[in-house]
Design a protein around this ligand. Structure first.
Ligand SMILES: [Fe+2]
Length: 346
């Protein structure tokens, strides 16, 4: 490959003349922005231990009242991007959020899409677009772009959940902002029960489709877990026991930018994932697993979270030979597919 000229090859007076006109020569930077064969990846394989993070998050509850934090969150930041950038990958933000008994996180809406994966505690709820969504371990609750949401907690123990947002991407596109609002009136609860049976959807007076753009806002873990166990029991020849969180009316991804799925590793199973362009996040819900990213192994205990860059081989292993392991996965597939840059490499 041809070596290209550098900035230093150019006389200083010429470089200054370019700068004075807001001009930049391309060739000294061309290989950096268009590297050969594979992108330059800033996202570094990174693992966040829940055992290490949890006491620090609970300490935040003592140090900062909810009124001073609004959202009491420790961000899982990828050092490859610089911790101050607060991003796990180019497009994924991860935050571990704490809500104490009796606390209230006021209503707001924003342009980035968010989901939360409940990690521990009982008695909290999120109200999204007038729907009260109870929060239990492993439940996935959507707060898509532009929908009002707020959190409350009637229980007696701290509640912790993992927020997953496309904030870095929406911020990069200069489209990130929020609006504060008044407490919502609860209009519905457990609306996801309308879609609880496979292949059966509401069709009032022979109409199809929902008035709501996001008809399902809560995906109970009990349902996803049961679906995985049923899939594992089926005689279908499957490369992996995996289910996707989708919009039940359209079958499309449940949100526009990031994709979400749940995966079961059978006892002792090792799963080699194909090398794909999107970055991925793995969060262990139950069991004991190992994620090897480009050969670097990370042991995952329940509630541990790790991030793998795109274009990188990843293998997942169940460390138990007697119990299944269950993982929640967030990835950038919908974004890459919409942009036309999605790749699966042999
Ligand atoms: Fe929010």
């Amino acid at each position: 490959m041809q070596q290209l000229g550098t900035l230093e090859d150019l006389p200083l007076h010429y470089r200054e003349a370019l700068s004075a006109q807001n001009l930049v020569p391309l060739w000294p930077s061309l290989r950096a922005v268009l590297p050969p064969g594979k992108p330059a990846l800033r996202t570094r394989p990174t693992c966040w231990s829940y055992a290490a993070l949890r006491p620090l998050l609970l300490q935040a509850g003592e140090l900062t009242p909810i009124e001073k934090a609004e959202r009491r969150v420790l961000v899982l930041a990828n050092p490859g991007h610089g911790l101050e950038k607060m991003q796990a990958s180019s497009s994924i933000y991860l935050g571990m959020q704490l809500l104490l008994p009796g606390e209230w996180a006021p209503a707001h809406k924003h342009t980035p899409n968010a989901v939360r994966m409940i990690v521990e505690g009982e008695g909290a709820y999120t109200t999204v677009d007038g729907e009260k969504c109870p929060m239990h371990r492993g439940d996935l609750i959507l707060t898509p772009t532009g929908l009002w949401h707020e959190h409350g907690h009637d229980g007696s123990e701290p509640v912790i959940w993992l927020d997953v947002l496309d904030l870095p991407l929406v911020y990069y596109t200069e489209a990130s902002y929020h609006v504060e609002g008044r407490a919502q009136e609860v209009r519905t609860t457990l609306a996801e029960r309308s879609y609880a049976r496979g292949g059966i959807v509401p069709s009032p007076v022979f109409t199809r489709g929902s008035a709501r753009q996001y008809p399902m806002l809560r995906y109970p873990w009990a349902e996803a877990r049961a679906a995985l166990l049923d899939l594992a029991e089926s005689q279908l020849q499957l490369d992996a026991v995996q289910v996707a969180y989708v919009n039940p009316e359209t079958g499309a991804d449940c949100q526009n930018i990031l994709g979400f799925s749940a995966l079961m590793l059978r006892p002792g199973e090792t799963l080699n994932l194909p090398v794909r362009s999107p970055a991925m996040v793995f969060h262990l819900i139950e069991g004991s697993a190992e994620v090897a990213i480009d050969g670097n192994p990370f042991a995952l205990a329940p509630a541990d979270t790790c991030c793998a860059p795109g274009y990188t081989p990843v293998s997942l292993k169940n460390r138990s030979t007697s119990e299944p392991a269950f993982l929640f996965i967030a990835d950038e597939s919908p974004l890459h597919k919409k942009l036309g840059v999605y790749e699966v490499r042999p």
